[in-house]
Design a protein around this ligand. Structure first.
Ligand SMILES: [Zn+2]
Ligand SMILES: [Zn+2]
Length: 423
């Protein structure tokens, strides 16, 4: 081949690479651009590194990638345990579908912060499915309920969860009483902000239902089946949409229902507890309770592997352990004694993009300074007549600072053409 032709081909391939990269960069799809180039072009002509152009990134940056119409995106918003730690919130999984639907599975303690980091307008975050009523699976429901309404959810929070062996052990009882526990909080907000989000819509279903449909809207079918954990009541969920199947096990001892209904999952989450020796040395469990909790109430790593070997998902996801440099190895090695298929050891902010052809696993990098995203509709003006006044004794304790506040009223009234007055 003549030298001039070689140069021409190299130059045009570089141009194509740069254009493909730019396409990714400009429409916010850096995440997919690098994979695309990597498969189709870079193998033949390594793209030239530019001193002024950023290279494609290989992490997920919230609010920067479109979701394809046939794609699912799952984000781990909590993978830890009931014991709080900065590195891992407790169980919470956000599933986004290419049709625009978003579902939250569990909302464990600390997970509200992770959800916030994803910069999704709260009106889209109105559907929560609870696997069971341990606080590490619903401890941040109050934060999502009240904080979400304040941040732009202008509709009730819809919550699906299982019944219990008695009414008092069911989701409806728990949430009715959570609502009561928040009486002071909710009363104090009356007349001050858009009131529409401060309602819980609870859908309790039979925990013994076998692969029963608990939700069916917009081409999405969600089913539940029983789990075995702690007391009667816990369940697992499956989501079917557009030929893809996602399964979330919640907490459970390995069971025959998961074995049957999680089969053929594209992505299957099942709990996998810390290895028993680490529970004793690092968590200070007695050997007896480490054995009981780590292998009987929960699923031991070897048993997790056995479950996944039987159902053979396209991707198996293990969670419910503190994922550290000195615990992960033991969990991984124990799983690998019984399972050799695709595996993700979950940690907070792990992201899975799932299509029929591919499952891409990355970590998200989030903005610590994030504010609530814009509301999707204009807030309703509150009705000041619904405000609950202070008693005379308390109202009478106010210092007179009206003179220093008035300039703020003047400023805002002028800016927005209003005539608001101080109380
Ligand atoms: Zn539990
Ligand atoms: Zn748990």
């Amino acid at each position: 081949m003549p030298a001039t032709k070689r140069v021409l081909i190299a130059a045009s391939m570089t141009f194509v690479s740069v254009m493909l990269y730019q396409w990714g960069h400009l429409d916010g799809r850096e995440g997919t651009a690098s994979g695309f180039i990597g498969k189709s072009i870079a193998a033949e002509s390594s793209p030239k590194v530019s001193p002024v152009k950023a290279r494609a990134r290989d992490f997920y940056a919230p609010n920067s990638e479109d979701l394809a119409p046939d794609e699912m995106r799952l984000i781990a918003c909590g993978t830890g345990m009931p014991t709080a730690r900065p590195k891992q919130a407790a169980s919470c999984w956000l599933l986004e579908l290419g049709n625009g639907d978003k579902f939250i599975f569990d909302v464990g303690t600390g997970s509200g912060e992770r959800i916030a980091a994803l910069q999704i307008p709260y009106n889209f975050l109105d559907k929560v499915f609870l696997s069971h009523l341990h606080t590490d699976h619903f401890g941040d429901l109050d934060a999502l309920f009240v904080g979400g309404a304040l941040a732009g959810r202008q509709k009730p929070l819809r919550v699906w969860g299982p019944s219990g062996e008695t009414p008092e052990r069911g989701t409806k009882y728990a949430l009715d009483h959570l609502r009561k526990a928040l009486t002071w909080d909710l009363d104090g907000r009356k007349g001050l902000t858009d009131p529409r989000g401060y309602h819980l819509e609870v859908h309790e279903f039979d925990y013994k239902g076998m692969n029963q449909i608990v939700y069916q809207e917009n081409g999405v079918t969600i089913r539940s089946f029983p789990a075995i954990h702690s007391l009667d009541g816990p369940v697992s969920f499956s989501v079917e949409w557009n030929g893809l199947k996602f399964v979330f096990g919640g907490d459970t001892y390995p069971n025959k229902w998961y074995d049957e209904y999680a089969k053929d999952a594209d992505l299957a989450i099942h709990e996998c507890f810390i290895a028993v020796p680490d529970m004793i040395t690092k968590f200070q469990f007695t050997p007896q309770s480490a054995l009981a909790v780590g292998t009987q109430i929960h699923t031991a790593p070897e048993a997790f592997g056995k479950v996944m070997s039987r159902i053979k998902p396209r991707m198996a996801v293990a969670y419910h352990f503190f994922k550290d440099f000195d615990t992960t190895g033991a969990i991984y090695e124990r799983i690998r004694t019984t399972y050799d298929g695709p595996l993700s050891l979950a940690e907070d902010y792990m992201v899975w993009n799932i299509t029929k052809d591919d499952i891409r696993v990355r970590l998200a990098k989030v903005d610590e300074d994030v504010w609530p995203p814009p509301a999707t509709e204009k807030p309703q003006k509150p009705d000041p007549s619904t405000r609950i006044p202070y008693s005379d004794e308390i109202a009478g304790g106010r210092l007179d600072v009206k003179d220093v506040i008035q300039p703020t009223y003047d400023e805002i009234n002028k800016e927005y053409g209003l005539n608001e007055k101080q109380d």
